[in-house]
Design a protein around this ligand. Structure first.
Ligand SMILES: Cc1cc2nc3c(=O)[nH]c(=O)nc-3n(C[C@H](O)[C@H](O)[C@H](O)COP(=O)(O)OP(=O)(O)OC[C@H]3O[C@@H](n4cnc5c(N)ncnc54)[C@H](O)[C@@H]3O)c2cc1C
Length: 422
């Protein structure tokens, strides 16, 4: 029997935020779009705290009202240090070049469903629960993909195959190489609680990141009765403690007075879940007829909530660059994807500076203290709101000063360690 064969302008694999962003934009532009998703929705995903720079894109996708009506507004972020009892709040409304005064905290089961519903409404043909199998090539060009649902198989062909499969890294595994991050090697355990008590400096909806001796902990209010609480350790910290991860999680929460204060009277309402080895880069991120977006291209670390932001903006950028070619029925040439990759690397680099920085003692010293000037606060808030691709020159100057101070502190601490060792 001959296999069914459907032709599209664009085929997207994976209906998370990255895949839906590309699919919705392409359908809105009048292209024929196929979207393949292996799981039935609603399905769980971690990654709930968005950034303000997501807001203009949500508007472009026709999702702002829907998300606004259902999600918790996130006006800022509080960073607390258990050791010094210091808390510092970043207000997004105060950020230089703010694109929006707030972001959202989203329940991913609902948010991803809303995105998929919007894709269907925009005219995307969804294959669910279908799984992408091997790619179909003509010489070195990807021209389609074989998809399966149990024993049933189909072929989808397109001018571009978009890999938005998240940490499954579907095309990266077949056509590229995955490199684990050379610095970060983290493990995270998380669960949900039914109540939050905010710190007096917090505003309702703020995320809080609490640094303890052994881990950092996120507290994300999704609704008044659903609070996401996750702990992140380096692998070394886990190796030294053989207890199981739920025990380890309970013990790190119990050992932090700050976490205990936020969770006063709260009870855990779900089992714990654990993920590990989530920091990696995929190379190459594109080839003839294919491109990767979101976590299928790279993921660094959750500490500054950059995941869904970089995912959705990478999908938007890849789409915008490809559109003129797709409109005229062509596969975008390789230089288009090279330019996309340069742009994405810039954003990744912007966040990597903060993420790698966060795990150094100098960063903690500078970050967990009141900045001497308000402009420093506003510039750092600007970067952390997502302004990492094209910050204005004065934002770059202010953050250069911030990084200079951190570099100086790190050198001082290194010198002290060396002196103590001799
Ligand atoms: C511990 C932790 C905490 C995090 N916290 C945050 C946070 O607070 N804020 C934030 O912004 N980000 C956070 N992230 C990152 C966030 O989870 C991801 O960046 C985001 O979910 C990536 O979206 P995506 O669309 O690329 O992939 P996903 O959301 O994973 O979607 C990929 C989809 O592809 C489908 N798929 C996979 N393989 C196939 C196949 N072969 N065929 C068909 N379909 C397939 C999957 O079923 C899935 O639905 C966190 C990550 C971790 C590890």
């Amino acid at each position: 029997m001959e296999m069914a064969h459907s032709k599209f302008d664009v085929v997207v694999i994976g209906a998370g935020p990255g895949g839906c962003t590309f699919a919705i934009l392409a359908a809105q532009a009048g292209l024929r779009v196929g979207l393949v998703e292996k799981e039935l929705f609603p399905r769980f995903r971690i990654g709930e705290s968005l950034l303000p720079e997501n807001v203009p894109l949500l508007k472009r996708l026709g999702l702002f009202e829907t998300v606004s009506n259902s999600a918790q507004k996130k006006p800022g972020a509080v960073f607390s240090n258990q050791n010094t009892d210091f808390s510092r709040r970043i207000s997004f409304a105060n950020a230089f070049e703010a694109k929006a005064p707030h972001a959202f905290q989203v329940d991913r089961e609902l948010f991803d469903q809303q995105m998929l519903d919007r894709a269907i409404e925009a005219g995307v043909q969804v294959f669910q629960p279908w799984s992408a199998g091997s790619v179909i090539k003509e010489e070195d060009r990807v021209v389609g993909v074989e998809i399966r649902n149990g024993a049933e198989k189909q072929i989808l062909s397109s001018h571009v195959l978009v890999d938005a499969t998240g940490r499954s890294v579907y095309l990266g595994k077949q056509l590229g190489k995955i490199t684990r991050d050379p610095v970060l090697n983290q493990v995270s355990t998380f669960a949900y609680f039914d109540r939050i008590t905010y710190l007096p400096i917090s505003e309702q909806g703020d995320i809080e990141i609490i640094q303890t001796d052994t881990a950092w902990i996120w507290v994300i209010p999704l609704r008044p009765d659903k609070i996401s609480v996750g702990a992140v350790w380096t692998k070394d910290q886990i190796q030294n403690r053989p207890a199981d991860m739920t025990e380890m999680y309970e013990s790190v929460l119990a050992g932090s007075a700050m976490v205990q204060a936020r969770l006063a009277g709260a009870k855990r309402i779900t089992p714990t879940q654990t993920v590990a080895d989530f920091s990696y880069d995929v190379d190459p991120k594109y080839g003839h007829g294919w491109v990767t977006v979101g976590d299928a291209a790279a993921f660094v670390d959750p500490v500054f909530s950059s995941g869904v932001f970089l995912t959705t903006l990478s999908a938007e950028r890849a789409f915008d660059l490809a559109l003129p070619f797709l409109h005229s029925g062509q596969s975008p040439p390789i230089h288009v994807w090279a330019s996309y990759e340069r742009w994405l690397k810039k954003g990744l680099k912007g966040f990597k500076q903060y993420i790698y920085g966060y795990y150094t003692p100098g960063f903690k010293k500078v970050f967990y203290s009141d900045p001497p000037f308000n402009f420093l606060k506003r510039a750092v808030a600007s970067n952390l709101a997502g302004n990492v691709f094209e910050p204005a020159w004065w934002v770059r100057c202010c953050t250069a000063f911030f990084w200079f101070n951190i570099g100086r502190e790190n050198k001082k601490i290194q010198k002290m360690i060396e002196e103590e060792a001799t």
